[in-house]
Design a protein around this ligand. Structure first.
Ligand code: ADP
Length: 244
């Protein structure tokens, strides 16, 4: 395992990977990457590599889980055994069970669940490579997969974290900053509706620091949102052109 570095921010105010405090990692997004899923997306955010697949709305099994007035959204977040430096057991860990719930709850408010009573939508998130902030990157990709599956939504959900490295509030923490830093605030946002669907905090911040961190995370979400919309448009402009 890598040692905790002495400093996370250098004399010039730059981070270990050369980023400024308010800079996101480079993000690459793709939609429609899996032909057997109803909708899918792939995200690279720094060294994170994550696939999301969406299925449904479809008949729910087991049937007794079906709800008379809305669909059921199910989500499975899973990290591949090779996604971290030391082999991770393929069995679902407590952390993965928690993150599955967190991701599901951050997506639910964006979906018109009442349009499809008695049905289910399943989202599978596979983390192929993890480097901090995978819950946020997973939410960004899962929301794109839902949109790609054509599920009616109020807005996309975009997520990004901010936190504290040494004494500086920084955006989009990578693994070393996540582990050696003192706080992490993941935020998910429906940017067009300006509604937060996830807010967590790990660590300790003063109320001023918390405000700075959440505002920085929201700014990060808005930047990622532009990329999310662009990648969806790109795919569907292509579909329209091929029909003409
Ligand atoms: P998030 O990925 O949303 O930041 P955590 O804060 O729980 O969630 O995890 C931070 C990072 O720790 C992950 O992104 C990953 O890089 C690393 N990590 C998580 N689980 C393991 C594991 N079992 N072994 C090694 N590293 C892990």
């Amino acid at each position: 395992m890598s040692q905790k570095p002495e400093k996370l921010i250098d004399k010039k105010g730059l981070r270990l990977d050369g980023r400024k405090p308010d800079e996101l990692r480079p993000i690459k997004l793709e939609v429609g990457v899996l032909s057997n899923a109803d909708g899918s997306a792939y995200i690279e955010q720094g060294k994170n590599k994550i696939l999301a697949a969406a299925f449904g709305p479809r008949e729910l099994h087991p049937k007794h889980l079906a709800l008379p007035d809305r669909m059921v959204l199910r989500c499975r977040y899973h990290m591949a055994p090779f996604s971290v430096q030391e082999r991770k057991s393929p069995a679902p860990s407590r952390r993965e069970v928690e993150l599955s719930k967190v991701i599901r709850e951050s997506l639910e408010p964006s979906i018109f669940m009442e349009y499809y009573p008695r049905t289910g939508v399943d989202i599978f998130v596979e983390v192929l490579q993890a480097d901090g902030g995978t819950r946020c990157a997973s939410i960004t990709a899962a929301s794109l997969a839902l949109a790609d599956a054509g599920i009616p939504m109020r807005d996309l959900v975009t997520a990004c974290a901010a936190g504290k490295a040494d004494d500086t509030i920084v955006l989009d923490l990578m693994d070393t900053e996540d582990k050696a830093g003192t706080a992490d605030v993941p935020v998910a946002l429906m940017p067009n509706l300006n509604a937060i669907t996830l807010l967590q905090m790990d660590g300790i911040l003063t109320s001023e620091e918390f405000e700075t961190a959440i505002n920085l995370a929201l700014e990060g979400c808005r930047k990622i949102y532009t990329q999310q919309k662009d990648v969806l448009k790109e795919k569907y402009v292509g579909v329209k052109e091929s029909e003409e």
